[in-house]
Design a protein around this ligand. Sequence first.
Ligand code: GDP
Ligand code: IMO
Ligand code: MG
Length: 427
Amino acid sequence: MPAIVLVGAQWGDEGKGKATDLLGSVVDYVVKFNGGNNAGHTIVIDGERYALHLLPSGILTPGVVPVIGNGVVIDLAVLFSEITALEARGIDTSRLVVSANAHLVPTYNAALDKVTERFLGSRRIGTTGRGIGPTYADKMNRIGIRVQDVFDENILRQKVEGSLDLKNQLLVKIYNRRAITVDSVVSELLSYAERLRPMVADTPLLLGQALDAGKTVLLEGGQATLLDVDHGTYPFVTSSNATAGGACTGSGIPPGRIDRVIAIVKAYTTRVGEGPFPTELGDALGERLRSVGKEYGTTTGRPRRCGWYDLPIARYAARINGVTDFVLTKLDVLTGLEQVPVCVAYEIDGERCDEIPMTQTDFHHAKPIYEYLPGWSDDLAKVRTLEDLPTNARAYVDYLEARSGAPFSAIGVGPSRDETISVRSLV
Ligand code: GDP
Ligand code: IMO
Ligand code: MG
């Protein structure tokens, strides 16, 4: 023991990568349990910036075993290019373990993701175009290709044939594209087999044994609560379970073994892609948050939509995930504002609503009701204790903490590993 889950509380990019990296020194395993290379985590260590997509953030910590769990979807070309890039920078990736049951993202699914978005037009989701949705759909449809399939050419060929029978109909007849040949897909996947083989393991067995041996396992979520396919702002979500429940199914660690659930929450809110966002700012203040917070996607480079902290979202995340601790990030980005609005509830068709509404229609109509807290101007980068925060920054933190549904155990005051106020231990 223990097993710790780490998830995003809002719409992603809260700083999960930095938080996982911070915990790296005290955990033995870091398991990515959902998503794929739609995720983008930027981690800054000693002034060096690393952008990770498919690899668990624990890959950067010597001694930690990084694990890609069964709930992840893997684009093998991306996996090996990330490994090669890290090795070139002197990072040892040899400890990486990959679940035999994780699904692969075949090239035709990235193609389908992009054409489907184009086909949807104004109804598009704004996906990352990485083939994530079609690959999870194949998994549920039972026509997916798994890691283990690349070690049995016969099975691989049968599965690719079965899948392409269907996909080529779509590509050719609906989307007016060229058909993809079975041979090209099979030979590409087989080309990775020997490099992949030594990494592949029965990861639920490995992790169960690790917990039995008293090791600490961190289950790292990609995306976030409001992008979860069940609990997020459907259909403007990703196609996996990014909430704490997904940590169990996506890793094979049972619920009873989870000791702690940490949610990462930004001191304001951002979102990439389409969908409702009550506190979104369309003005100069939104532009300010974007430029000071460097809110541009790590994966697609798209400008992130920016808005204020939303208390109903924080409480929703606390409830859905069973959050034991929040890590509040990017407090430093708010420095210099005269006042900081916080969304305390919504007004929906003339009525006050204190929690996330039940229906999509209501959420689209939700207008934020704000409380305004006084701002601060002192630089926070060197602050390492709550007591040293400027009075108004401390009051902002205390105000959010009292209303977000769980204690704030750490606070980020800059992108670097050390730019963190540690309130209580996270393990
Ligand atoms: P993730 O997807 O949740 O891992 O988050 P991203 O890496 O996509 O986006 C978070 C960004 O904020 C990264 O560029 C981090 O380096 C940066 N970051 C994380 N914590 C802080 C913080 O406390 N302050 C500042 N200024 N930047 C932070
Ligand atoms: P991290 O782990 C922010 C969003 C996309 C789109 C929707 C569906 O870095 O927080 P998909 O390609 O998953 O089918 O796109 O989900 N999205 C993210 N937004 N951060 C992410 O990951 C995201 N991963 C997917 O922008 O709106
Ligand atoms: Mg990100």
